[in-house]
Design a protein around this ligand. Sequence first.
Ligand SMILES: NC(=O)c1ccc[n+]([C@@H]2O[C@H](COP(=O)([O-])OP(=O)(O)OC[C@H]3O[C@@H](n4cnc5c(N)ncnc54)[C@H](O)[C@@H]3O)[C@@H](O)[C@H]2O)c1
Length: 395
Amino acid sequence: MAKSTSFSREPENSCTIAVGLLGAGFIGQMHALALRNAATSMWEPKIQVRPKILAEVDSELCAKVGERFNWEEGTGNWRDIIDDPEINLFINAGPNHIHAQPTIAAAKRGKHVFCEKPLASTADEAFQIWDEVSETGVIQMCAFMYRSIPALNLAREMIKSGEIGEVRHFRSRFLLNMLTDDGNLSWRFSKSQAGLGAMGDLGSHHVDQARFLVGELVRVGALTKTWSTDKQQKILDVNDDAFVCAAEFENGATASFEASRVAKAHNLGGWIEVDGTKKSLSFQMERLNELAIYEPNKGPRTQLVTQKGQPYSDFWLPSGIQGQHPLGWNECFAHQTRHILEAIAVSKNLSPRGDFKDGYRVAEVIETIARSAESGRFEYVNYRERLSKADSKTK
Ligand SMILES: NC(=O)c1ccc[n+]([C@@H]2O[C@H](COP(=O)([O-])OP(=O)(O)OC[C@H]3O[C@@H](n4cnc5c(N)ncnc54)[C@H](O)[C@@H]3O)[C@@H](O)[C@H]2O)c1
């Protein structure tokens, strides 16, 4: 029998990135999982991840998640992360109103920063994050994870290459249920903690996709609704439960957005469609390996986006006679994590995965949608530009 070999924990040319994570809630756990998974990619170079400090104010949760995902240290104070000279990457997975201060502080201490969407509770705050973090020159990423889904990357390639012709329409729906059986509302329903509701939470993903696939939005006309009340009467500033919006892109194409967090029967329903002068494309979150392609006189055909050569097909396993296996949200999240690890380790470039300029621009569109719902009129989006130097030193 052959003698066993021991494998190097630090393969040649690999680099190790020490991470500090704020928040061990739903998406904090997803980041912890994705960090581990992203480090196992077949992509070169190998990048090791060191889960160093987990900051979570709920000490029981901190211990549970810290142990489950093998974090070295737990703390209730996020400043411990930014004070640690060994930390290279700060991930902010806290509620929206905790995004600005720790993210800016981490960047000012030279940490690369990866912040959850929506970038902030308001467009003003999102602008401030983009502006101040860009000044520091660290790598910055806003967690628009749809940008790391293979089918949507294929859609983007088809649109950018002109295969579907000129884009005429973008259409999206995002439906799920955030109401609990006990009638208590979470921080997400509070304007002071979350900012906008369905608009900011759900709409931000789809507005970003509209920009990723088609381009910038120039004007919007919207309607919002709020039905929810907090049984405990703790949250009194309840934000929007649902919105619908008609919009126009810079290139004259139309867009429509609908999102609801009170669509009780929906798990995570997300539909994104683009119509061009030659072809139409349709994506559904619940079938995320598929892209439906419509051609005149042929009707729709479903392209399974797991084929060799397609986006991310070389990420997890060698393709071969066992076929290409379907992926899930979990894996797509790890694709996103790999992009920031790779930008830190080698490329310094995250385009087109979504930086804080994208986070800010989405926030500005979302706030314009809210303004339009209030005024009852179409409103133009007024994008602010940074006064200083380049947009982002990392681009
Ligand atoms: N990318 C996505 O698809 C996606 C999905 C879900 C949530 N999110 C975003 O992730 C963020 C968090 O959402 P969530 O669903 O995980 O919420 P959550 O309530 O499940 O988790 C937030 C955690 O942060 C902790 N926390 C609050 N203040 C803190 C502080 N000062 N220091 C340390 N920890 C603190 C809370 O105790 C909680 O455990 C939000 O911005 C949300 O929009 C993104």
